[in-house]
Design a protein around this ligand. Sequence first.
Ligand code: 5GP
Length: 133
Amino acid sequence: MSSIFTKIIHGEIPSYKVAETDSCYAFLDINPLAEGHVLAIPRKEVDYLFDVDDSIYSDLMLFSKNVALAIRKVIPCERIGVAVIGLEVPHAHVHLIPINAIHDIDFSRPKLSFSELELQATADKILEAFESA
Ligand code: 5GP
């Protein structure tokens, strides 16, 4: 059975897309720790990040960097924190989270809630920054 993230890539489940390339896709996390909390994933479904083959792993890391630069351009923050957890969804993904302090990337904190309009506006501005880089 396909992962939730494969269904997102195929448009079977909606997502707020912020960037895509031939091998990778990025979208807003549904339960964000911060405005602009993004998940960057390889299109190819592999559960564990360190089982991803070298070529796609390299693509994903470079993609994550470029998405982080786009987020940083449009979301005021000190820097973009990076985390890999993977305990919930068995499809490798990199969390990119705007942070100002260490607790901003604490996954045990309550998640934030934004309206659909706010999420769309956030996704649109990251996508625009990514595509104009
Ligand atoms: P992890 O596997 O890294 O522990 O957590 C998976 C992450 O994916 C969580 O932050 C969760 O909010 C996010 N997530 C789970 N299901 C969905 C979904 O259907 N859509 C989106 N946009 N994010 C999801």
